[in-house]
Design a protein around this ligand. Structure first.
Ligand code: ZN
Ligand code: MN
Length: 158
């Protein structure tokens, strides 16, 4: 499945005249496997741990490649209130469930589209994406609060 997605992504980049470099490929591969909306730092750390040949990649290189992947519509960049960019390889229209205890973000599908045309938005403003962030407490945090509270303190949302 990942291979088919990577192949599609390669074609999409090629059509835009952009090369699928080994770096872009490994970042995308990681994002297709990890649908947990990681930050650039998470991606940097995990790729370094998982793929020794990419251990020397800097966070800046990762970040620049994420920007390219985002520019060509292969991934989405999302921001929570904590203000840290997180990356999502799920480019289907969907929303997010944000856990205010551990900071985890899960995908949430809602069948209705936001009525963009009915919103009286200033014509100078172009809407590129709309998603709703539903805030609450995830199942793990409800059942194992002591485990979750310490797992990702830096992503805790207040
Ligand atoms: Zn949680
Ligand atoms: Mn998502």
């Amino acid at each position: 499945m990942d291979d088919a997605l990577l192949e599609q992504a390669t074609v999409k980049l090629r059509e835009a005249g952009v090369r699928m470099t080994p770096q872009r490929r490994v970042i995308l591969e990681y994002l297709y496997q990890q649908r947990n909306h990681p930050t650039a730092d998470d991606i940097h750390r995990e790729i370094g741990a998982k793929y020794p040949e990419f251990r020397a990649l800097s966070v800046t290189t990762i970040y620049n490649n994420l920007k390219t992947l985002k520019k060509y519509g292969l991934i989405k960049e999302i921001y929570t209130q904590a203000g840290i960019a997180r990356y999502d390889s799920n480019i289907d229209h969907h929303h997010h469930l944000l856990c205010t205890v551990c900071g985890s973000i899960a995908d949430y599908y809602y069948p209705l589209r936001f009525p963009v045309d009915e919103l009286r938005i200033d014509s100078d403003f172009t809407v590129e994406d709309i998603y709703v962030e539903l805030r609450g407490i995830c199942r793990l945090c409800k059942t194992q609060p002591e485990l979750q509270a310490v797992s990702q303190p830096d992503q805790k949302v207040t």
